[in-house]
Design a protein around this ligand. Sequence first.
Ligand code: ZN
Length: 377
Amino acid sequence: MYTTVLNLTQELINIPSISPSDLGCQEILINRLKSNGFFIERMNFKDTKNFWAWRGVGRTITFVGHTDVVPAGNKNNWNTPPFTSTISNGMLFGRGAVDMKGSIAAMFIAVENFIKQKPNYKGRISFLITSDEESSGKNGTKKIVSILKKRKENIDYCLVGEPTSEKKLGDCIKVGRRGSISADLTIYGKQGHVAYPNKVINPIHSALPFLLDLSSFSFGYEDDFFDPVTIQISKICSGANYTSNMVPGELQVSFNIRFGSSVTDKEIIDIVQKILFKYSFKYLISWKLHAKPFFSIPRKLCSVLTQSIYKNVNIRPTQKTNGGTSDGRFFFNWAKEIAEFGLLNLTIHQENECVNILDLFRLQKIYYDILNKLFYK
Ligand SMILES: [Zn+2]
């Protein structure tokens, strides 16, 4: 019996593959690919399942996706069981409906239809699927990419199926992502009784002007493709929450900075260091670079994607780089072009995650048209 994109999405939602578990999602996909003549390479590491699959020769498109999902959260806030796909009013509910089992189903059915209708297409269709995009990602896409790079695999078009649409399917594609760097800062003082201010150095008081300075600092960098640099303080903790008559000896502060390609992580560290130098408190700071920014110059893939979107939903997508980081960054400086396009991201990671069923079919058609335009003339 023919499987529709809706059937396949439901089948995947019904498997509670909370990151980094896969629980058999990938075997379903692998079996489908095998019966369509794909070569399969499983690349499992520790708790993470991954596979690389390909069919054909020549110019290569790689569909990138993940079978893991974030946890359901508070199940009482769900109107339907999160891991039982449920249809209501034209919407399909369930964890992963949008991020990104629906999109995976759309890719797979689109590819199957394309192979059936155009078996002699000119090019190579490939998939890179992981079960750890939502957790640490240590053994996921990053690792597979480094293996494939080493053996000089070639990717011309990297299409990541993350949910990029904002208000309507097709209104936004991503051609890059901002970088992300975090710092853990400890500010030291001198602990003591609150009634004897002369005998203490209050690290909270020391930190206040610095935090104000830091959080209102304008990095002044903007360019055409990236939003301005933003900084968010995410944690302030003195550890003295068990008493009210003690000045704490130290204060821990964490903050994160999102940045585009016009400033480097090293420059950011220098800027923060300079702000810190203005103050006399003792401190220790450690940095963690989560992701460098990337920007993929829109070329053939973007133009084909834009045309396919316009043909199916009558919208011209805007090209953006906003939002969190994505696995797209691992393909930078390797794949010749990277673009991300998928379903509406309104309910991702939330309770009652849902997708418009018509959008699933539309997305499938858009993915199909991309293949048609790239590989069949
Ligand atoms: Zn995702």
